[in-house]
Write a protein that binds this ligand. Structure first.
Ligand SMILES: [Zn+2]
Length: 233
């Protein structure tokens, strides 16, 4: 009898330890599961192939790590190495690339849009006409991929020509031919204006990663066509 009486509290204690362990494991799994789901959602939200235009504005909580490049320029850290390698290769090939634009905040995009709109309205267009024209040349706040930090405008240094006139410079010619090797695509090509809805912009390059850039280049696609072809659900 004595033996039975002493074994009972021990068995009870063991049961409590086991229950505590099970509870701790369950809580840990729940915690890890939540973190994992959050991580997958963040990854999906910030993927390199994120499409941004009028129909697909930048998400309010879009958040990635940025790298400051000096002279007020900032980009998504994921494209820094390739961007620097591309600029260096362009210089070696005789170009004089200068980074004219990169990450733009919502406020900066808004100011740029309003200023351009005012200039067109002062030039004699109605506000509606001005908006229609501007939509081909720049983006409304929230609709620019500069707001992702994955787009850059690169111009020829010391060029006398205004940005919109810069097409046939050594830098822009080189970029149009080689940017894809560094994961950047000419985002608004001359032969895709119907699809992108944007005028040809030989200075605007978008980072999509080397693999996607190579495929886009090989197949001669716009980003819209590439996403539609391979990633449409
Ligand atoms: Zn741009």
């Amino acid at each position: 009898m004595d033996g039975v009486q002493t074994r009972r509290p021990r068995a009870k204690k063991k049961l409590w330890i086991l229950l505590t362990v099970i509870l701790l494991v369950a809580l840990s799994l729940l915690f890890l599961g939540t973190r994992l789901r959050q991580w997958v959602q963040d990854k999906e939200k910030t993927k390199l192939l994120t499409l941004v235009d009028r129909e697909h504005p930048v998400e309010d909580d879009y958040n990635v790590e940025f790298t400051l490049l000096g002279e007020g320029q900032m980009v998504d850290s994921r494209c820094v190495d390739d961007l620097e390698a591309m600029m260096e290769a362009c210089r070696r090939a005789g170009g004089k690339p200068v980074l004219a634009a990169s990450f733009r905040t919502w406020g900066a995009q808004e100011r740029a849009w309003e200023e351009a709109l005012d200039a067109l309205v002062q030039g004699g267009l109605s506000r509606e006409q001005a908006e229609m024209r501007l939509q081909r040349q720049t983006e409304e706040p929230g609709c620019s991929e500069h707001q992702l930090g994955l787009a850059v405008d690169i111009l020829e240094q010391d060029s006398e020509a205004e940005r919109s006139q810069q097409v046939d410079t050594p830098t822009l010619r080189w970029l149009q031919e080689h940017s894809w090797r560094y994961g950047f695509i000419l985002r608004y090509p001359e032969n895709k204006t119907e699809i992108t809805g944007k005028d040809f912009r030989p200075w605007h390059y978008r980072y999509v990663g080397r693999e996607a850039a190579e495929q886009i280049h090989e197949l001669d696609l716009s980003l819209e066509e590439y996403i539609e072809m391979f990633f449409a659900s």
